[in-house]
Write a protein that binds this ligand. Structure first.
Ligand code: TTP
Ligand code: MG
Length: 471
């Protein structure tokens, strides 16, 4: 479920001027739960909770139907807590295969029949640039209505569509139109619309920044406009973050929709003959594999938005964890720390409480990527709170047999706009994500990128094993 706070005040008629509003954000409502309801008519209207990792004690809520949300149940909540809040709910396991199958038909079938300018950002949401389809379809609103009707007719679920002149506005429009709505924000009203939202609605303003801004009396996005660039930089502790926030507060954002490449993911998996039993052993393997993955990305001219980690244990059970980055990358110096923080968060969760390990035989591993709602959120809601609890020389409470580092949500580097964000520029919302991407901000990252490209040329001359990255 979308985490951005919703505001009743903005879910209203903003007028019908569609000029320049060629970006649609299409997002299914309570996707997993809606699909379960669609195939189980006997559950219609009941609170439905779909969860991973065991239904009884160890599970986490993937999503809850809107009927269940009324009880306070939401994504990433332990199932145990959900059961307390909503004892009469229908609790179901995740069926990634089914959800991905429908997702492909929605975005690759219905939406693709309008245009091929589709940037799918997770299993149930995509940005669509309809500028090239207007001659045939007439208007963006008409397209949005048609997509919603088709999804409802063919799959018996609802979706929400936001229409605006850029991706920031389109996404906020769909979020605030939920559930089962369509919201057009005319270009001339961008600033007014976004100004009514609370600051936490802006992607990148997490709890720490929001709290700092609140202390200065800043509650709404409109309040942010009173701050100078310098003050914004102090609030978010980064100049690139301030640039982004300055523009966002005025309703300006990126409008480039980047279709995915054919290639869906790149990953390196290794089974180790001697089980890995210490933190450094696993983290060293993660570093080496991230280096390989990043090298493959660069050689193919691709960048990724999602990093995932797969672990198999000595009892052959496995877990996967993934995280979506704020900004695409092809660098091991970004990928490795994210994968390591996923590992540390998992380790901390195993130490803190009962483990949540998926069934041995399933192939759900591939489907969790791309689900994470935003930077800092793991796809199954494991936070990085435990990061840092594990230090050098630490014996792990389990033995690791296989380590896999993978990346997905791939786009071509050549047509991906590199947009600075608070996380990437060293914001402090998520220590793990910050660590991953804050190599002295933008400048540092480009230096790291140059170093890794230099490695590529050494390797192409002297062989893959000739140099290793010291990350
Ligand atoms: P979302 O689109 O974020 O949520 P949603 O479709 O359930 O609800 P909304 O109406 O607010 O859009 O995520 C899509 C699916 O991804 C969701 O149905 C389940 C999965 N998911 C997780 O597995 N874990 C999570 O923490 C989140 C946020 C989503
Ligand atoms: Mg959704």
């Amino acid at each position: 479920m979308s985490w951005a706070p919703r505001s009743k005040a903005v879910d209203r008629d903003w007028g019908s001027d569609e000029t320049g509003c060629t970006i649609l954000h299409v997002d299914m409502d309570a996707f997993f739960a809606s699909l379960e309801e669609a195939r189980h008519p006997e559950y219609a209207g009941k609170p439905i909770i779909v969860g991973v990792g065991g239904q009884e004690t160890h599970g986490v809520v993937s999503t809850a139907s809107y009927a269940a949300r009324k009880y306070g149940v939401h994504s990433a909540m332990p199932i145990v807590k959900a059961r307390r809040l909503c004892p009469n709910g229908v609790y179901l396991p995740v069926d990634h295969h089914y959800y991905s199958h429908v997702s492909r038909q929605i975005f690759g079938g219905i939406v693709a029949s309008v245009t091929d300018r589709i940037e799918q950002v997770s299993v149930d949401e995509a940005y669509v640039d309809v500028s090239g389809a207007l001659l045939r379809w007439g208007s963006p609103v008409r397209i949005g209505r048609w997509i919603r009707a088709q999804v409802a007719r063919r799959f018996h679920i609802t979706c929400s569509v936001g229409i605006g002149s850029n991706k920031l506005i389109a996404k906020l429009a769909s979020t605030n139109a939920k559930p089962n709505g369509l919201l057009l924000v005319p270009k001339a009203r961008n600033a007014e619309f976004i100004g009514l939202l609370p600051i936490a609605a802006l992607n990148g303003v997490g709890p720490a920044t929001a709290e700092r801004l609140r202390q200065w009396g800043i509650e709404s996005v409109a309040d942010l406009r009173a701050l100078t660039h310098e003050q914004l930089a102090r609030a978010v502790r980064s100049s690139a973050g301030a640039d982004w926030l300055y523009e966002a507060a005025r309703g300006n954002g990126p409008a480039q929709v980047t279709p995915r490449t054919e290639e869906k993911s790149v990953s390196v998996e290794r089974t180790y003959p001697d089980d890995l039993t210490t933190l450094e052993q696993v983290e060293a393997r993660i570093g080496a594999q991230a280096d390989e993955v990043a090298g493959t990305l660069r050689s193919k001219g691709l960048v990724c938005r999602t990093v995932s980690l797969k672990l198999r244990f000595d009892d052959l059970r496995y877990v996967t964890r993934s995280r979506t980055l704020e900004m695409p990358t092809d660098q091991a110096s970004v990928i490795a720390p994210v994968a390591r923080s996923l590992f540390e968060a998992y380790t901390a969760s195993r130490t803190a409480g009962p483990e949540e390990v998926e069934a041995a035989s399933g192939s759900a591993a591939q489907d969790v990527t791309g689900i994470a709602a935003s930077a800092g959120a793991s796809s199954v809601g494991v936070s990085s709170a435990g990061s840092g609890a594990w230090t050098e020389g630490t014996d792990l409470p389990f033995s690791v047999r296989l380590v896999g580092v993978g990346v997905s949500s791939l786009t071509k580097a050549s047509d991906t706009a590199l947009q600075p964000s608070l996380f990437d520029a060293g914001g402090d919302e998520d220590p793990a994500a910050g660590e991953a991407t804050s190599i002295a901000g933008m400048e540092g990252r480009s230096r790291a990128g140059a170093a890794e490209r230099a490695l590529d040329s050494v390797r192409s001359k002297f062989g893959d094993g000739s140099v290793r990255l010291g990350i």
